[in-house]
Design a protein around this ligand. Structure first.
Ligand code: COA
Length: 272
């Protein structure tokens, strides 16, 4: 276990395959099975669910960074050893459990940034897709290789990827099962930025601290407007946006941010 929360007392969480610490408002979660390229076995899925469940309600974690241990992999997929002889009911339950984790990450109510430091394949690509956005190392490789294993993506890839990069690009990736280089992923909008491998973690940490300095109420409203709107038609999304704008604009932080601009001073946000 390596759990070093500075937020509030935690239940005793014994993580075997995760590292998690919080500093300066940023929780960094590292999938830590480097000998298996951080593949998501059942235990790791359970630990990620427990960890994100805690981070969602821990006020010390204002922004979350998700990455993989070692120089080679973010997460190289679901653990193929657990997929080799599944019955239909087991496979369905496995997919639903993985999907529930991805939903938890996507709807955490706080920004979750994927620092894609190497292979992000299959379930690893799906985990990155559930994050708010992704920055990648030049050495990263991303893809959904499941069809080559006689499978299809089952942790949300068939839904999140086309919404992010478009139907044709997603279908090409899913049907070919090829690995994209980081520049290819950048070109199609799968990642937002590509950095030299040695610079990735530092750059993401700086970015995360910058975002963590904003009001968590404001960030929540922005996330809810975008995520809620994606599940609605435009008119419904606009109604949600107006409601959330009203929450943000009428909050103490909304008043403070605008006043601070007018008074030419830094804002002091209080998350209300
Ligand atoms: N599940 C289980 N084990 C995995 C894994 C996965 N998804 N990905 C890698 N590993 C394991 C390998 O079996 C190997 O274990 P071993 O040392 O006990 O034999 C170890 O991680 C290192 O992987 P290896 O294949 O030797 O590294 P490589 O650099 O030669 O190749 C990859 C890297 C990513 C190209 C290759 O590991 C791979 O194709 N992995 C599977 C990717 C995949 O299909 N993911 C989707 C699953 S649905």
């Amino acid at each position: 276990m390596s759990l070093n929360f500075t937020g509030r007392a935690l239940p005793d969480m014994n993580f075997q395959n995760l590292l998690c610490d919080i500093a300066d408002g940023v929780a960094t979660v590292t999938v830590n099975r480097p000998d298996k390229l951080n593949a998501l076995d059942a235990r790791t899925i359970g630990e990620l669910a427990a960890c994100f469940g805690e981070l969602g309600s821990n006020p010390a974690a204002r922004v979350v960074v998700l990455t993989g241990a070692g120089p080679k992999a973010f997460v190289a997929g679901a653990d193929i050893g657990e997929l080799a002889s599944l019955g239909a009911a087991e496979a369905h339950a496995l997919a639903r459990r993985g999907q529930a984790l991805m939903d938890l990450v996507e709807h955490l109510g706080k920004p979750v940034i994927a620092a894609v430091n190497g292979f992000a394949l299959g379930g690893g690509c799906e985990l990155a897709l559930a994050c708010s956005f992704r920055w990648a190392a030049e050495t990263a490789r991303m893809g959904l290789p499941e069809t080559g294993l006689g499978l299809i993506p089952g942790y949300g890839g068939t839904q999140r990827l086309p919404r992010l990069v478009g139907r044709g690009r997603a279908l090409e990736m899913i049907l070919r099962g090829n690995m994209l280089t980081a520049p290819e992923a950048l070109a199609m909008g799968l990642v937002n930025r590509v950095l030299p491998a040695a610079e990735l973690q530092g750059a993401v940490a700086t970015l995360a601290r910058e975002i963590a300095a904003r009001s968590s109420l404001t960030l929540r409203c922005a996330l809810d407007a975008v995520e809620g709107g994606l599940g609605a038609d435009v008119a419904g999304g606009l109604r949600q946006e107006a409601g959330l704008f009203a929450v943000a604009a009428s909050s103490d932080d909304g008043h403070e941010g605008c006043r601070a601009f007018l008074e030419k001073r830094p804002a002091r946000f209080i998350d209300r």
